[in-house]
Design a binder for this molecule. Structure first.
Ligand SMILES: [Zn+2]
Length: 434
């Protein structure tokens, strides 16, 4: 039994899917106009880990996991204008980088990756429905959602009206009937990406994108809706209002939100300019699994302070895990480890349990976190000292060939003194750190 903390009810609840043979999970994906940073990678790793757990518990084919790609947005338009190129060049480039970076962190591609620009029809039809139902109104080429039309607005963020208006930093526009009303559709001037619609040429607002894609690909009510804490308001609040107003059913049965990655006292964010990207860290020689373990080291709902020391500790821990697993084949997943994950994805507890395991049990358990995905040999060969060590192993092999066993033994002893253990096998000599 999995228990998940649901932001809507503010409590941990037993996870009971609507249909255990088709569990549906939607996570708000990237807006593709720049390189992803570690803070952006956290939800990708957290929900990939949750997906692995759900598949372990309910079966490999039990889950449909959708993560959208926002490929029309003001920031994309600005980036394209700055480079003097078509927005699709920007979005293709950064979507490709996003997938490369996330795959390097062991994040499997979601089952569905709907793109906003490919879903304009479902969005305009949802907007039309909202207008017909009196939940939205068209004015000066815009369509706005009427917040006062939804008596339950605020149910997720539990903010009062003034806090909502302040928090949304909503644009004060003369055409708005209420300051809290938000944009479903906005006009695109000549030369800016846009589509024909009943309200003139324009483009969709961000919030309606997720509501329309969820309805089209996963259904009216999904099991899990995920994303970062910063999306609770206004993005997810607005998704709930749109979806429930359009079809009457609740949008999601469990709302799961991950905390921020912090740099010092501040949240890591592009606008604060304090970001570290997976691509930089990988280029410095850190491995994807090291960064993944670092991202799973704190509970997903807690803030995660990102430091160089955290990355170093994660590497050391993985070295220990790889030594303890050796070259065993995956066995059974450890029960106490599994209990930790089932309890609202308690990865810190699960990791501490891993430290007491070895062999095939460790290998199988770690796999559920997306760790120990390569052989121990491969892991340690990536060592920065590897070329020098390999050279001395080659010297020793030469010495043995010429029956100079004294030299061969001396090299072995010298390496051992440095903590390098050699193992002679039919395929040659391999090494590992003690
Ligand atoms: Zn969304």
């Amino acid at each position: 039994m999995i228990r998940l903390h649901d932001t809507l009810t503010r409590e941990k609840r037993e996870f009971v899917p609507l249909n255990p043979e088709r569990i549906t999970m939607y996570v708000c994906g990237p807006t593709v106009y720049g390189r992803a940073h570690i803070g952006n990678a956290r939800p990708a790793v957290v929900f990939d880990t949750l997906a692995r757990l759900i598949r372990h518990e309910f079966g490999d084919d039990s889950l449909v996991y959708a993560r959208n790609v926002t490929d029309v947005d003001d920031k994309i338009i600005a980036a394209a204008e700055a480079e003097g190129i078509d927005p699709s060049v920007i979005t293709d480039r950064y979507e490709r980088h996003y997938l490369e970076d996330m795959r390097a962190l062991g994040v499997r591609d979601p089952d569905l990756a709907p793109h906003a620009t490919q879903e304009i029809g479902p969005m305009t039809s949802m907007i039309e429905r909202l207008v017909e139902l009196g939940n939205a109104y068209a004015v000066e080429g815009h369509v706005l959602f009427s917040v006062p039309s939804d008596p339950d607005y605020g149910v997720l963020s539990k903010r009062d009206r003034d806090a909502m208006i302040a928090g949304a930093r909503v644009e004060v526009a003369p055409y708005k009937r209420d300051p809290a009303d938000f944009v479903l559709w906005k006009p695109s001037p000549e030369g800016v990406i846009g589509w024909d619609s009943p309200w003139g040429r324009g483009r969709p607002g961000w919030h309606v994108e997720c509501s329309a894609m969820i309805e089209r690909h996963l259904g009216e009510t999904i099991d899990i809706h995920g994303g970062g804490l910063d999306l609770i308001f206004p993005h997810h609040e607005n998704e709930i209002a749109q979806s429930r107003s359009a079809h009457g059913a609740p949008l999601a049965r469990y709302w799961v939100h991950n905390g921020f990655v912090d740099m010092g006292a501040e949240k890591m964010s592009k606008s604060l300019g304090n970001i570290v990207t997976p691509s930089e860290l990988l280029a410095e020689g850190h491995k994807g699994e090291t960064l993944r373990l670092a991202l799973l080291s704190a509970h997903y709902r807690s803030p995660l302070p990102w430091t160089d020391a955290l990355v170093e500790q994660s590497k050391t821990l993985l070295d220990r895990f790889y030594r303890a697993a050796g070259d065993s084949l995956p066995g059974q997943v450890d029960e106490a480890f599994l209990q930790a994950l089932r309890d609202d994805l308690n990865t810190p507890l699960a990791l501490s349990r891993l430290s007491s395991l070895d062999g095939g049990t460790l290998k199988a358990s770690a796999a559920l976190l997306g760790l120990l995905q390569v052989s121990a040999v491969e892991w340690f060969q990536g060592d920065t000292d590897a070329p020098a060590i390999e050279q001395r192993i080659a010297d020793r092999t030469e010495a043995k060939k010429s029956r100079d066993f004294a030299t061969a033994d001396r090299i072995r002893d010298e390496l051992k003194a440095e903590g390098i253990i050699l193992e002679d096998g039919p395929g040659g000599t391999t090494w590992r750190r003690e």
